[in-house]
Ligand binder design. Structure first.
Ligand SMILES: *Cc1c(COP(=O)(O)O)cnc(C)c1O
Length: 364
């Protein structure tokens, strides 16, 4: 028997979330963002759930080639564009749309003679101060791009710094002022902006994390009531049970001591599986269908849970570390991170299974 841990990927949840995005930004086309191996869910595994997307966006040239080879014929966007001259030819061969955020990338395109022109998304730095042309330089960059023979259509794009926690009007205003005389499609919105800033929906939206059912803010309470379904369930089982007397401690560092007689469950899941070591006592977990909490320090291969609310749970009882009933954000937030990171950091040693049908956990 392998260790009982596994991650289940729910294709129906991704389809449902994509459909929700399409209804929420009904006038926009959708780039489904699947960078970082589809936020840890596996590009090949989830690919069929993306059929209703208008385009697919990611980072790696290799990932883009894989997506074409899976049979995707629609628009395919490289969010950071190309990195050297050889990439131009690959982009042309696989009909990739490339982000262009600096003059050096325009130099590469200008020097190349691809067999057909390459569509670009010209990126503006409207305030994020990571990638892109500054608003005052944008029209010049656009004019330069439109004079380059190897460039086809030019879309206009930018990315928000705080769509998850504040007003983004200042960035939208920067973008609109700098692009007011330019033709081309507009693409501004990440997940947070899809949910909370309809003014920024425009021609194309670019949701990532909400396709997987995680919160763009990192906090589960911000997506309460929004019909997003978790696309990943990390599940395991109890492999041990201990009864502690008052004053006894659990695990490394003896960080938790029982204040009464307590049953403690030992779960086959640790930080080497991708569960955050920083998760404090009190982090929620489902054991045998009952919500309880982890106690003691997370170790490499195991963690420990309070069995007080589930007195009948014994060895073999099912445990959901995160999924439909414990949102990944509820584990991430007390651990000082965001659901994005936990999903992306699922460890290679965890077997992953795709399930295409709704299961009981999701319907509940
Ligand atoms: C990652 C990324 C997105 C998606 O962000 P989410 O917060 O996951 O929705 C959109 N646009 C760009 C440029 C990105 O890099």
């Amino acid at each position: 028997m392998p260790r009982p841990i596994s991650a289940r990927i729910h294709l129906d949840a991704i389809r449902h979330n994509l459909d929700f995005v399409k209804r929420t930004a009904a006038a926009s086309r959708v780039w489904a963002v699947i960078k970082a191996n589809a936020y840890g869910h596996g590009i090949e595994r989830i690919f069929t759930a993306l059929a209703a997307a208008d385009g697919i966006a990611l980072l790696d040239l290799d990932e883009a080639v894989r997506v074409r080879e899976l049979g995707w014929t629609g628009p395919l966007l490289l969010l950071e564009g190309i990195f050297d001259a050889r990439d131009v030819e690959t982009a042309a061969r696989y009909r990739l749309t490339v982000t262009v955020h600096c003059d050096e990338q325009l130099d590469l395109l200008e020097a190349a003679k691809p067999p057909q022109p390459i569509d670009i998304q010209l990126k503006m730095n409207s305030g994020m101060n990571r990638l892109g042309f500054r608003p005052g330089d944008y029209v010049r960059a656009w004019r330069r791009a439109s004079g380059i023979a190897s460039i086809g259509e030019i879309g206009l794009m930018t990315h928000f710094a705080n769509a998850d926690d504040g007003s983004i009007d200042w960035q939208i205003d920067n973008f609109d002022a700098a692009t007011k005389d330019l033709p081309g499609t507009r693409s501004l919105s990440n997940s947070a902006s899809v949910l909370w800033h309809p003014r920024a929906h425009r021609d194309w939206v670019r949701p990532g994390t909400i396709l997987y059912g995680a919160s763009p803010t990192g906090s589960a309470r911000h997506i309460e009531g929004i019909p997003l379904r978790a696309a990943m369930t990390l599940e395991s089982q109890l492999i041990g049970v201990q009864t502690l007397q008052a004053g006894e401690t659990i695990g490394y560092g003896r960080t938790f001591s029982a204040d009464r007689t307590m049953r403690i469950g030992v779960v086959a899941c640790g930080y080497a599986d991708g569960y955050p070591r920083h998760a404090p006592a009190g982090t929620p977990v489902m054991v045998d269908g009952v919500r309880t909490r982890i106690v003691g320090r997370v170790s490499m291969d195991m963690l420990t849970v309070d069995l007080t609310p589930c007195p009948h749970a014994g060895i073999g009882a099912p445990v959901e570390l995160w999924g439909e009933r414990v949102r990944v954000d509820e584990v991430a937030e007390p651990s000082g991170t965001i659901g994005y990171e936990l999903m992306c950091a699922l460890a290679r040693r965890v077997p992953v299974v795709a399930s295409s049908r709704l299961d009981a956990a999701q319907i509940a």
